[in-house]
Design a protein around this ligand. Structure first.
Ligand code: C5P
Length: 189
């Protein structure tokens, strides 16, 4: 979905910086792509790029946890316990909220239950302008499918439920809505 949004934003004439975790698909050639592996690297890249951007769309399914200890060497079985200690990763949207100003922040909420309640909670907690509530409970759309089904929820109370559509079409509609909102903010209407 992230790569689809990058493609749709380019097609709509926007400049795109694509900060991407490891994936098996090719990024659009016209985007400036920054490859990262960890949540910390993604945070650093977003923080560095945000000052020259007017919109941040966070689509990445960032892991909420990481192992507390990492080893550069192979660990011996005898050194291992049967428990993996974890710690929280940084929440990227929350960590860059100091840079928000009049930038638009858009998040995604991929949920299998309580879709709209959870999405609205994240919209408020992360101080976003929009959240895309993404129903991933169904095998025919969502994570492993070429199709998606989303509800676009605005902090201004707007709610648009989109039908099941091919992901490029979902991306095109989202970029259109976000672009129109941005243009209305700039013109003050
Ligand atoms: O994982 P979760 O459903 O909470 O993600 C909601 C939003 O927060 C998404 O836009 C995701 O990219 C973002 N997120 C983040 N940093 C994290 C985890 C999620 O910015 N560590």
């Amino acid at each position: 979905m992230g790569y689809g949004l990058a493609r749709a934003a380019l097609d709509a004439g926007h400049e795109v910086v694509l900060v991407s975790g490891p994936v098996a698909i090719e990024p659009p050639a016209e985007a400036r792509t920054i490859n990262v592996v960890s949540a910390t690297e993604m945070l650093q890249a977003v923080r560095a790029e945000l000052p020259s951007c007017d919109t941040l769309i966070m689509v990445a399914a960032v892991s909420d946890w990481r192992p507390r200890r990492a080893s550069a060497e192979k660990l011996k079985k005898s050194e291992m316990s049967d428990r993996l200690e974890l710690e929280r990763t940084p929440d990227i949207l929350s960590e860059v909220s100091d840079l928000k100003g009049d930038r638009l922040f858009v998040g995604f909420a991929a949920e299998t239950e309580d879709l709209l309640v959870e999405a609205e909670r994240k919209l408020r907690d992360k101080n976003l302008d929009y959240i895309v509530a993404n129903d991933v409970s169904h095998p025919e759309w969502g994570m492993e499918s070429e199709f998606n089904k989303v509800v676009l929820i605005g902090a201004d109370g707007t709610r648009e439920s989109m039908p099941v559509l091919p992901k490029p079409e979902v991306a095109r509609l989202l970029i259109e809505r976000i672009g129109a909102y941005r243009a209305a903010c700039v013109s003050g209407s």
